[in-house]
Design a protein. Structure first.
Length: 480
């Protein structure tokens, strides 16, 4: 059974997709920091990058949006754009955000706008028709393309979404009519508004999940908020009335995420190491340029020979890695270091399994290849803040290193500072050294400060400070 579970409080909305009790996907959106992707702004060009046909555009946010003319378009549509299109400083133009601000980078934008509906995505500025790649039956693709060509407004383009498979021309026509009316109202607002201003806000997380994920293959959708429940029913009456009976309102005393045992799995998403059922494990490390995933056999020793053990461990890891990539919403370049395998047949099976698993991911994911060293390269589209960046912040102790200086290192640094201070001025009454409690144990055991005091002729008192940063210490010269 596949379900969508929705937990809403005033500060945050969380949505989980589970299948037979197994968490497949998790999305979080906070009220104070809602996403920008999909929003359309009337912006003003602040700076142009010569030779790149790119610019920075003021949209009224903390950071200017980076605009590149080819963003967000199919290859064929990009080739159709006039090479004479120019952007200049001070120009006012409508743009759409295609990637949220990530780290030090501002949001990314495009001038080629899209309006998503239930069955189609309208592209008012590009004359192009596309069919979702997930619709694989060729006869159905042809049928949908013929419908799209008939109902697409002149001078506009559209992409037929996966959910449109099997839908009638009337259903698609309703989407087109609604989206063209929406486009007309946006352009009217664009004419009378002063930049920077928001022309169109994309739907909130609940409505996006209904629009993009709630299809016939979902058995039920459970919401714990009555207002959201009513909004979903109202939307489905217009778009997919056949799905209304699958929507449930949860009114239990427990949190709906606790009821479906999702909370514990969410806590595990913060772990660097993920255990496998066989006894092996994978390690996930994020760098500035890419995410590296390492596969280890751990306690798994297999039952046959080494080659089979390695192959089984890699195959199990591949399934878990595909799951973790979706759950953590890891984007960009992903490098997986599988355990080296001997035969080309095993490598081919591993690659085929990875490709099969990533096809279940709605976010565009591409398995590139496997090298002789067993490295698999994957690219995955990154547009919104992922789960990790929303839930966690940089550690105030290690500042993102993942490591803090050892107590032994602190002990040596303290002794070095004491020698320097004593060289400048002798402390007749000695020193007071204040440190983290874990450093006290090492100082007591090593006797390093006691030996130093005897060597230089002064007394040293050690004081444990609860809650002190493990890399911080203070040295006070005592007065009489």
């Amino acid at each position: 059974m596949k379900s969508i579970i929705v937990n809403i409080v005033p500060e945050e909305t969380r949505i989980a997709i589970i299948e037979d009790g197994d968490l497949l996907e998790i999305s979080v959106e906070r009220t104070e920091s809602a996403h920008l992707v999909g929003n359309i702004y009337k912006g003003r060009v602040q700076n142009v990058l010569p030779g790149m046909q790119a610019a920075f555009v003021d949209i009224g946010q903390e950071k200017n949006a980076f605009l590149y003319i080819g963003d967000g378009l199919p290859k064929e549509a990009v080739q159709a754009i006039s090479s004479h299109e120019k952007i200049h400083i001070g120009q006012n133009l409508p743009i759409q955000i295609v990637k949220d601000a990530l780290g030090t980078k501002g949001p990314r934008a495009t001038t080629h706008l899209t309006l998503p509906g239930r069955n189609i995505v309208l592209m008012p500025t590009v004359d192009y028709i596309g069919i979702s790649r997930r619709i694989e039956v060729e006869t159905e693709r042809e049928r949908l393309k013929e419908i799209a060509e008939r109902i697409c407004p002149t001078g506009m383009g559209m992409i037929v979404r996966t959910v449109a498979a099997g839908k009638s021309e009337t259903a698609l026509q309703k989407d087109v009519e609604y989206l063209t009316r929406l486009w007309s109202s946006l352009m009217a607002r664009n004419k009378v508004s002063n930049p920077p201003t928001l022309l169109y806000r994309d739907a909130d997380l609940v409505i996006r999940i209904v629009r993009d994920y709630f299809t016939e293959n979902i058995d039920k959708m459970v919401l714990d908020n009555k207002d959201a429940y009513v909004r979903v029913l109202d939307l489905l009456k217009y778009t997919s009335p056949e799905l209304i009976d699958k929507v449930e309102l949860y009114e239990g005393s427990k949190s709906v995420f606790q009821m479906y045992q999702i909370e514990k799995e969410i806590e595990n998403l913060g772990k660097r190491q993920v255990e496998l059922k066989s006894g092996g494990f994978i390690v996930i490390d994020k760098t500035e340029a890419l995410t590296a995933i390492d596969v280890n056999t751990g306690k798994f020793v297999g039952q046959a020979n080494l080659a089979d053990t390695v192959f089984q461990a890699n195959m199990e890891a591949a399934v878990e890695i595909a799951k973790q990539i979706r759950l953590r919403d890891i984007g960009g370049i992903i490098i997986i270091d599988f355990i080296d395998m001997e035969t080309a047949s095993q490598k081919g099976q591993l690659l085929a399994l990875m490709e099969k698993k990533v096809r279940q991911d709605k976010t565009k994911t591409n398995v590139v290849d496997i090298t002789a060293l067993g490295l698999v390269e994957i690219t995955r589209k990154k547009s919104r803040q992922n789960f990790e960046s929303i839930i966690y912040s940089e550690c105030p102790y290690c500042h993102g290193r993942g490591l803090v200086e050892s107590p032994e290192t602190l002990s040596i640094k303290i002794s070095r500072d004491l020698r320097r201070m004593e060289k400048n001025r002798h402390a007749e009454n000695g020193y007071l050294v204040q440190v983290h409690e874990r450093v006290v144990a090492v100082l007591d055991q090593s006797k390093i400060l006691e030996t130093l005091g005897k060597e230089l002729g002064f007394k040293i008192q050690i004081e444990k400070i609860p809650g002190m940063h493990p890399e911080v210490y203070s040295i006070l010269q005592l007065n009489s």
